[in-house]
Write a protein that binds this ligand. Structure first.
Ligand code: HGY
Ligand code: MN
Ligand code: MN
Length: 417
């Protein structure tokens, strides 16, 4: 590890990653196991190798850069490099780059760290291609069965197994990695805030208190394709009518339950202007502070879709594609982290988020915490997502202080604090 530290080093890392997977409109297309994702993986390896770190890719494709490891009682930081289609530059990469930058700073104090330290980049956090969020961290922690994931296919009918195989991984080896999880003493993820809390209170860095439960469901509407100009209204079985009612119910039920629910993806077949659709699909994303509220919204939306399909003689099938329990982060741990942040930046707000993260998956197995960096746009999953270089470097300051605190803690051993 070399002790580079200045803003130029952060900006150089940022500039070397930024062009990968960026489209003309500034949106990022780094879907899991795509060419762009593989290029991001090569970028990760170059960053690690340039620091003399040991790089290993686990059976689930998660990438680990080790300083003084691999080994037990490890302090791990990092995030993900994949994006949603048309995503922003910061969601994921900020946590990985801040991890390398924090270790650059710590390398000025240690030739060899008192305990193994790793920067991790989890595979397929967004689920943007195969529909399941946090695939790499769920597989590693045994929170999803490999066979459930690997057979999932993308829009081009490529399965996750085939995509992983074409990237050089053996999907038959995917699955729980208990030793790797047991070696983690603490995981701290830094992430851009995907909202405006920090901007509204004027703080550069915050500490996560919780990640909301959230899920994704697919609805398929099977009607009868026909001619738009000759088919009487009374004779139609138009799948888009109940689908439209389902979208309106999504907003209505979210308002009623004080939840967040969205239909952001719709597919229509054949999608011809002068034809009544034969079939259509819609995906529901629902989130709330409690799982019960999410399920209440889901049930109400499904009930409306069912009733409207009945009225329009349309067949409905629906299925859960992804479920995340969310996480209430350990209060002693988050207060310890907040103390480290306060020492370098002043008081750090604690905030819950509806955005899913690998940290919420890890929190079910190892002591885990999250830091958020201010996002003046308040926007995410969109190219408008933003953070100033000053706030990014404040995030690095905070993460450095947090990791240093754990490096000095000889009591921090085993997977439970
Ligand atoms: O969907 C999410 O909340 C996360 O960005 N994967
Ligand atoms: Mn993310
Ligand atoms: Mn995201």
């Amino acid at each position: 590890m070399s002790g580079q530290v200045a803003v130029e080093d952060f900006e150089a890392m940022w500039a070397s990653l930024a062009p990968i997977g960026r489209a003309g409109d500034g949106g990022y297309y780094r879907l899991a196991w795509s060419e762009a994702d593989l290029a991001c993986r090569e970028w990760f390896r170059r960053q690690a190798n340039s620091r003399g770190m040991v790089v290993d890719e686990d059976v689930n494709g998660n990438l680990w850069a080790w300083w003084g490891g691999p080994g037990p009682n490890a302090v791990v930081t990092g995030s993900h490099l994949d994006s949603v289609p048309g995503g922003g530059a910061f969601d994921g990469p900020l946590g990985v780059i801040a991890g390398f930058a924090a270790l650059d700073r710590l390398a000025r104090s240690y030739t060899i760290p008192p305990r193994p330290v790793a920067v991790v980049s989890f595979s397929d956090e967004e689920g943007g291609r195969f529909g399941v969020a946090c695939a790499g961290s769920r597989l590693m922690t045994g929170q999803v069965a490999p066979e459930k994931l690997l057979r999932r296919a993308d829009a081009g009918n490529v399965t996750m197994a085939d995509a992983m195989r074409s990237s050089g991984l053996d999907p038959n080896r995917c699955g729980e990695d208990p030793q790797r999880v047991a070696d983690i003493s603490v995981f701290v993820e830094l992430h851009i805030e995907q909202g405006r809390c920090l901007a509204d209170v004027g703080a550069p860095v915050g500490v996560a208190s919780a990640v909301w439960p959230h899920g994704r469901w697919r609805y398929d509407f099977e009607g009868q394709g026909d001619h738009a100009g000759t088919t009487r209204l009374a004779d139609r079985r138009d799948p888009l009518i109940p689908l439209a009612e389902m979208i309106l119910a999504t907003r209505r039920e979210a308002e009623r339950a004080d939840a967040l629910a969205t239909v952001g993806r719709v597919e229509v077949h054949p999608g011809a202007t002068n034809a009544i659709a034969g079939r259509a699909s819609a995906w529901l994303d629902a989130r709330a502070p409690s799982a019960g509220t999410v399920r209440k919204v889901l049930d109400a939306v499904t009930s409306t879709a069912t009733e409207k399909c009945h009225r329009h003689l349309v067949e409905l099938t629906s299925a859960e594609e992804s479920w995340s329990d969310g996480a209430e982060f350990s209060v002693p741990l988050l207060e310890r982290i907040a103390g480290c942040v306060a020492a370098v930046l002043g008081d750090a707000p604690r905030l819950a988020t509806g955005a899913g993260h690998d940290a919420a998956i890890l929190a079910a197995r190892v002591p885990t915490a999250m830091l958020f960096v201010r996002n003046p746009s308040g926007t995410s999953h969109d190219p408008r997502e933003s953070a100033t270089i000053e706030d990014c470097l404040s995030g690095v300051d905070a993460l450095t202080a947090v990791i240093a605190d754990f490096l000095e803690d000889s009591e921090l051993s085993g997977p439970r604090l």
